[in-house]
Design a protein around this ligand. Sequence first.
Ligand SMILES: NC(=O)c1ccc[n+]([C@@H]2O[C@H](COP(=O)([O-])OP(=O)(O)OC[C@H]3O[C@@H](n4cnc5c(N)ncnc54)[C@H](OP(=O)(O)O)[C@@H]3O)[C@@H](O)[C@H]2O)c1
Length: 272
Amino acid sequence: MQTVDANGANIPAIGLGTWQLNGAVGTRITQQALRLGYRHLDCALIYGNEKEIGEGLHASGVKREDVFITTKVPHTELAPSALERAVKQSLKNLRVSDVNLLLVHWPNPAIPLAETMGAMSKMKTEGYTRHIGVSNFTVELIEQAVKLSSEPIVTNQIEWHPYLDETKVKAACAKHGIAVTAYCPIARGRLGDDQVLARIGRAHGKSAAQVSLRWLVQQGAVVIPRTSKVERLSENMAIFDFTLTDAEMAEVGALAKSAGRVVSVGWAPRWD
Ligand SMILES: NC(=O)c1ccc[n+]([C@@H]2O[C@H](COP(=O)([O-])OP(=O)(O)OC[C@H]3O[C@@H](n4cnc5c(N)ncnc54)[C@H](OP(=O)(O)O)[C@@H]3O)[C@@H](O)[C@H]2O)c1
């Protein structure tokens, strides 16, 4: 398994996204993914399915120690006492004694970032998580979080795929040794019909989704595609046996468009 090193963390370059994998599907897909070689699970308290994901983990036969588990603290729970409660709930749901990576799920301007980063650092020093990170942080917020955190930030998890230009956030992360984890790495399935990706894929015997995932990992990103279909688990993992040329990388990069974002951010507060 290819990994990404970032500020002391060694993160498997592909993980299983788990949003909407609820109930029996969540357990079955998690178990299958681990049996097929996935070693990274991307969870969140707010997804409401950590129990099912934990069940899949424990039923898989793969040792806990061999799996990199990420979970996230909801933006409503970022005050220190609430944050600690949320983390303990996640660990209970997943039936693990700690996670590998704990993220601030979304920034919340109503709660001082200094308090949140202090509480996140405490979760690490007290052994609830091995690493800490953030998600949906802008360039400005990354700079603030780095200054306010006593423990290193290892990733910023953001929406990133060929339809979205994340050059600025990526550069801000690189400046501080922070890995970028790409969520919606196949734009929620919208890339499937893309003619450019399909053509490039044909040249390598790969699908459009695989080209998108490869384009991201080839730039050093961690990708966390989600699927509810067992056959796609293997497809999404088969991205380490081919290389895109410089011209292909540039052609995929040129697909970015101003309305390329697929996640609506209207429901969550942002500091832009
Ligand atoms: N930090 C955050 O704020 C945040 C926000 C959004 C997501 N995330 C995380 O990132 C993960 C991934 O993002 P996402 O789930 O929103 O979107 P995604 O992984 O880009 O896309 C998932 C969709 O693509 C389809 N799909 C999967 N593999 C495919 C393939 N090989 N070819 C064609 N279609 C395929 C899936 O359908 P089938 O099930 O039918 O395969 C599903 O509908 C989430 O699950 C979650 O863990 C984090």
